[in-house]
Ligand binder design. Sequence first.
Ligand SMILES: NC(=O)C1=CN([C@@H]2O[C@H](COP(=O)(O)OP(=O)(O)OC[C@H]3O[C@@H](n4cnc5c(N)ncnc54)[C@H](OP(=O)(O)O)[C@@H]3O)[C@@H](O)[C@H]2O)C=CC1
Ligand SMILES: O=C(O)CCC(=O)C(=O)O
Ligand SMILES: [Mg+2]
Length: 427
Amino acid sequence: MAYEKLVPPSEGEKITVKDGKLHVPDNPIIPFIEGDGTGPDIWRAAKMVFDAAVEKAYNGKRKVVWFEIYAGEKANKVYGREVWLPDDTLEAIKEHIIAIKGPLTTPVGGGIRSLNVTLRQVLDLYACVRPVKYYEGVPSPMKRPQDVDVVIFRENTEDVYAGIEWKMGSPEALKMIDILEKEFGFKVRKDSGIGVKPMSEFGSKRLVRKAIKYAIENGRRSVTLVHKGNIMKFTEGAFREWGYQVALEEFREYVITEEELTKDYGGKQPDSKIVIKDRIADNMFQQLITRPSEYDVIATPNLNGDYLSDAAAALVGGLGIAPGGNISDFYAVFEATHGTAPKYAGLDKVNPGSVILSGVMMFEYIGWKEAAKLIEYGMQETIKQKYVTYDFARQMEGAIEVKTSEFGGRIVENIMKCDLSEVLAVK
Ligand SMILES: NC(=O)C1=CN([C@@H]2O[C@H](COP(=O)(O)OP(=O)(O)OC[C@H]3O[C@@H](n4cnc5c(N)ncnc54)[C@H](OP(=O)(O)O)[C@@H]3O)[C@@H](O)[C@H]2O)C=CC1
Ligand SMILES: O=C(O)CCC(=O)C(=O)O
Ligand SMILES: [Mg+2]
């Protein structure tokens, strides 16, 4: 593929998909987008940690060859004004299968549509997977933060993120209001903006399918369908129904419903079965705080998942330590849950933990489990040493507040001086 501006690295090989499997060479080329705002600061720290972990784990036998690609403000600089998401970038991700990115800015109330959402839609990265768990020593408002261990599967291509909306007073909005009244009998105020919330059986089912498969493969105990189906019956309510259909029609031998658990098993969950349950979204938000140990894998539509993943992260240290991956059947773009945190841009201040842990997800995804383990170890040690960025320092007693780069540097030190076999032996 001839790129317009990108210069692919002269070394390294591409990750490929063959016979339904990912093939990862020892020197994979992995494209990255630095991101806007605090993106460059956190990416610098994260890259340093990734390279150290790979070096320590494989002693030169494996190495990531990083390939910079552009989106957001940096794309404007490289490609010229108003080019936010160049074709080069999409092509490079398609060609290399896996990528990692920093956050990208989206203006509120006008201007360009979200580049993050566009990437997910164009590449059909249909599941946004956001694990939320406790690391020892992390500041938390919870009494027992160690009970929080959920993996949120958020539908990533539909719902109100489809971008079907019209401004108040526009001919399109007025026409829609007219159609709603004349053809369907709904009265909508003329000074309304109009948005559409499409949620399909296909999109909902494939998301729930992925969540249940994950639960089976990772020995998880339950999958909770989170929806607002009491109010939005044919979108959120249908999501719930489709979710149960997938569970019972495709995974019957692995699952029982919550109702069956009570009726047929006297409330005692057999080790071999995953419980499928559902919760209305507002209730879910409070239960995740009051009864976190009852929740494990969560599958939910786009908007609920967006809100829930930030809220869940706040229970175990906040957005500075909240990783994620946008994943399709093979393509995957890993990224933090948080945004560009613009007030801290260029200050070398924010926590790079979310991108670093997104890297852990990425290394696990490509099967480099040793590197993933080392990164988690290095970060856990650094937090235990109370050598942390401002977000943790302001909530921890006796903490040493350090810069983004210093936090990354200490993780590297901890990785480099650890006993590799001891770290890898820990379950
Ligand atoms: N995937 C993506 O690229 C995403 C992009 N965005 C975009 O980012 C921009 C800013 O969005 P905003 O709503 O302010 O949300 P942000 O997630 O950027 O920031 C909200 C707050 O979260 C805390 N925070 C965020 N990142 C970190 C970090 N690395 N370390 C420590 N604390 C952190 C800060 O809290 P405090 O003020 O308490 O220090 C910050 O003010 C918008 O343009 C939005 O569209 C938003 C979400 C995801
Ligand atoms: O795209 C954006 O600007 C925000 C996206 C977001 O909040 C998310 O993915 O969690
Ligand atoms: Mg969000």
